[in-house]
Design a protein around this ligand. Structure first.
Ligand code: LUB
Length: 220
């Protein structure tokens, strides 16, 4: 096709641009900058998770990674940019998880269950996920455009449950979108209660109590 770029435009989602043969990868300086940026993000996520957005400062983040505030500002212009990046990294995890699950060859219904089962582990163990969830609750106090909550999961589960319906895996009368909304609501509430009462230590057991009746209600 005329004018089709020989190489996808850098940063054009969802493509990742791999260096062409003979093209050099990142320089040691670029590597170091990427590692520093990741360290800053993790430190911010740890502080957002523990103390929330309002009680976290860029100074706190800098001190946690033993850098100057200027070094943090080099990567993120302000605290709001850190919050946006944490939430963006939260939502970027799920398509990667879905690719892993699809590669295991599961049926659509089993893939939907597996997605949420593994999400429960991520909410228990992954500080980016924990921080992103807390920041979403604190949206009214964050003067930035955070990605909208819940919609990605609802779309992802609707797609999987629609495929499950086409394959006869769920009851003919099931509305995949309604079932997806119920699963998202159930998981959201479950992980929040587990967080408030047990810092998500019991999230796996609590999720079983929610997921089993929900999936049994729709399974053909
Ligand atoms: C999920 C949370 C916590 C939805 O998708 C989201 O925004 C979510 C944080 O806002 O649970 C249920 C999978």
């Amino acid at each position: 096709m005329a004018n089709s770029p020989a190489v996808p435009l850098a940063g054009t989602p969802p493509f990742t641009v791999k260096p062409l043969a003979g093209r050099r990868g990142p320089t040691p300086q670029q590597d170091r900058a990427a590692r520093t940026k990741a360290q800053v993000l993790i430190a911010a996520a740890e502080l957002f998770t523990a103390n929330g957005f309002r009680h976290t400062s860029v100074k706190d983040v800098a001190e946690r990674v033993e850098m100057t505030k200027g070094a943090v500002y080099f990567h993120y212009p302000n605290k709001e940019a850190l919050a946006v990046a944490v939430v963006e990294h939260l939502y970027a995890k799920w398509p990667i998880l879905l690719d892993e699950i699809r590669a295991e060859g599961m049926t659509p219904l089993d893939a939907a269950a597996a997605m949420l089962d593994r999400a429960a582990l991520a909410f228990r163990d992954d500080v980016i996920v924990q921080a992103g969830a807390r920041l979403q609750l604190e949206r009214p106090h964050i003067d930035a455009e955070l990605p909208p909550p819940y919609v990605d999961w609802t779309s992802l589960l609707t797609e999987l449950l629609t495929a499950a319906k086409h394959e006869g895996q769920i009851k003919a009368g099931t509305d995949p979108a309604a079932a997806a909304r119920a699963l998202v609501a159930g998981f959201f509430g479950m992980q929040h209660i587990s967080d408030v009462l047990q810092h998500r230590a019991d999230i796996v057991d609590r999720w079983q109590e929610v997921r089993n009746p929900l999936f049994e209600a729709i399974r053909a």
